[in-house]
Design a protein around this ligand. Structure first.
Ligand SMILES: Nc1ncnc2c1ncn2[C@@H]1O[C@H](COP(=O)(O)OP(=O)(O)OP(=O)(O)O)[C@@H](O)[C@H]1O
Ligand SMILES: [Mg+2]
Length: 297
């Protein structure tokens, strides 16, 4: 199992009108088997950091490495399919696939048989509390919290070495939220997965093995270790970090990178991989046509 190492990671969003230093030199080594919480105010760089770890983009300076390899030098599409699962801040379930098809999709995309994918999908959906009658519903026929749990089931099903989640419990009531956290925590320990969760919820952070606080694109506090015994046993370092940079805050809300992934995982790109995906593409095209006709009627 590989670690995810950030070395002096800087990231700048540049547009015609402005430059935003979203990350300004973040260094940290994330290890397998831990449940990490990343906290910090809105705009502090949490999503940007997760996007770089997901290989959606490369740092402007410094490096993000998975094991020995920098994300600069690997096939990042393949990396995402094989090693990392991402649960996004705005859920990106495929709107025209049912709940169960959403969970099955990445499995079949990687070549798993339909029956095996279905078995795993049912198991994972049930583990997040989505019961059978809801498996065949489209996301639009599920509540926000249920959609969020389908997205989590999809990440669990993929059996990745790293799970990155941006506010995965944002739409959930406290009971469901704690169940999900418990599930992710158990997964970290039992499967030796590295789980990294961005959260604004203190109840979620409280349950993490390690809490890392970002401010203005830097780690300013932490890692605070919640379970000290466990941490000592696993040899976690407590590091002091320098703080503060001159960061310009903007109100950009557009998550360019999320859109990019959605595009990459669009079944349109998948038809070269499996015939099932081809069928899904047809299904989606038909659905689109139908939706267009309905809106014209
Ligand atoms: N596509 C973009 N173009 C320009 N600036 C951006 C873009 N995305 C984010 N930013 C800016 O980069 C900084 C870090 O944003 P980021 O989305 O990483 O914050 P965050 O900690 O995830 O915030 P939140 O808790 O609100 O989700 C912010 O100042 C933000 O305005
Ligand atoms: Mg964010």
């Amino acid at each position: 199992m590989s670690t995810m190492t950030l070395k002096d990671v800087g990231y700048t969003y540049k547009s015609k009108y402005q430059t935003v230093n979203a990350l300004a030199g973040v260094s940290y080594e994330f290890r397998p088997g831990y449940f990490y919480a990343i906290v910090g105010r809105s705009g502090s760089g949490k999503t940007t950091m997760l996007s770089l770890m997901a290989g959606l983009d490369i740092p402007t300076s410094g490096s993000v490495a998975f094991g020995e390899k920098s994300t600069k030098n690997i096939n990042r599409d393949k990396f995402r399919l094989e090693h990392v699962s991402v649960i996004y801040q705005s859920l990106n379930l495929f709107p025209l696939l049912t709940a169960i098809e959403n969970v099955m999709f990445p499995l079949e995309y990687c070549g798993m048989s339909r029956s095996k994918a279905k078995k795993i999908a049912v198991e994972k959906l049930e583990s997040v509390g989505i019961d059978k009658p809801k498996h065949r519903r489209l996301p639009s026929m599920l509540s926000g919290g249920e959609q969020q749990r389908v997205a989590i089931a999809r990440a669990l099903a993929a059996k990745s070495e790293v799970i990155l989640a941006d506010e995965p419990t944002g739409n959930l009531d406290s009971e469901n939220s704690l169940n999900i956290v418990q599930l992710l925590k158990e997964l970290a320990v039992s499967e030796n997965v590295c789980v990294i969760v961005v959260t604004h919820d203190p109840a979620v952070a409280e349950r993490a093995d390690v809490v890392i606080k970002l401010s203005d694109g830097l780690i300013v506090e932490g890692p605070a270790v919640n379970e000290r015994d466990l941490a000592e046993e696993r040899n976690i370092e407590i590091v002091n970090y320098q703080s503060n940079i001159d960061s310009k805050k903007t109100e950009w809300n557009l998550n360019r990178k999320e859109m990019k992934t959605q595009h990459e995982l669009t079944p349109g790109n998948a038809n070269k991989h499996t015939s099932r995906a081809k069928n899904m593409k047809m299904l989606i095209d038909q659905n689109k046509k139908r939706a267009k006709q309905t809106s014209l009627e």
